[in-house]
Write a protein that binds this ligand. Structure first.
Ligand SMILES: [Zn+2]
Length: 283
């Protein structure tokens, strides 16, 4: 019996409303976020559930100036991020902006402009960077664990394990959708996600791979993590060294500037070792 999130295909919109990002949100996009690290701008987006956009393509445009002259960068599909490894780096890098066009058959939808660091002005952006730097300067008794995030899919091709009438997931151990009802189940963003905690993971029973958890519910762990990748309830975080996997229970913004989240406090529940999420391959 899997301990995976008890949700049906029609999806749990409450959990999505916990999304902390609101930029780029419109009728089709839950959010679009542009983050900038190491001279790469990464766009992340999520579609609103309930729209039949499986198989849609996403065309990425960039404007280098404060005008509407957009250049086409790429067209991608079956993915929810794009890395712009060649942004025009200069003093004005933070003023570049992007937009995304969804295309499926005759259907087209174009997002509004998406700026790096939201729509903060220059002073606010510098403040945001300074706050983040200070927050990430951890005291010695905090521990940082490197991992990868598995973003739960809410759009895509419905898995054969979903009852076509009730929309119920009939097999929570399905290795095609991993209990999500959407083929593939999760997608993996390119950047690693470091979780920071006061509790050394190696000393907690939740990380003892020999432990037989039996029917005892494992205790959730609280982490801090920089908010440069959107994290939502029901996403999964995988600690790379131990391969332990955690379901995200709750996400709160611990620090922000003008509505731009800088730091999350995340509560995560260790997945039972028999949970189907352990069958998901990390790439
Ligand atoms: Zn399935």
């Amino acid at each position: 019996m899997s301990l995976g999130p008890p949700v049906t295909f029609e999806s749990n919109t409450d959990s999505l409303q916990a999304a902390q990002y609101t930029w780029g949100a419109d009728e089709y996009f839950m959010y679009i976020v542009a983050t900038w690290t190491y001279n790469t701008v990464t766009l992340y987006w999520q579609l609103k559930p309930g729209k039949d956009l499986s198989g849609a393509t996403f065309t990425i445009y960039r404007s280098n100036l404060n005008d509407d002259q957009y250049t086409t960068l790429a067209t991608v599909s079956d993915t929810w991020y794009y890395e712009d490894r060649n942004p025009p780096i200069s003093g004005t890098v933070l003023s570049i902006h992007y937009k995304i066009k969804i295309t499926k058959g005759d259907f087209n939808h174009e997002s509004g402009p998406v700026y790096v660091f939201g729509n903060l002005n220059t002073r606010q952006k510098l403040l945001a960077k300074a706050i983040l730097r200070r927050l990430l300067f951890c005291p010695r008794y905090w521990h940082t664990f490197e991992g990868v995030l598995l973003k739960r899919r809410y759009n895509g091709v419905r898995c054969a394990c979903v009852d076509s009438i009730t929309k119920e997931i009939l097999n929570s151990d399905c290795t095609t959708c991993f209990g999500t009802g959407i083929q593939g189940g999760y997608w993996q963003p390119p950047s690693k996600v470091a979780m920071i905690t006061r509790t050394p993971l190696s000393l907690t029973p939740t990380l003892d791979t020999n432990l037989n958890m039996g029917t005892v519910a494992p205790q959730p762990i609280r982490f801090q993590t920089p908010a440069n990748i959107p994290i939502n309830k029901h996403d999964v975080w995988v600690h790379l060294i131990s391969n332990r996997r955690f379901y995200i229970n709750e996400v709160q913004v611990a620090a922000e500037v003008e509505g731009l989240p800088l730091l999350y406090v995340v509560e995560a529940r260790p997945a039972d070792l028999k949970d189907v999420i352990y069958r998901k391959e990390i790439v």
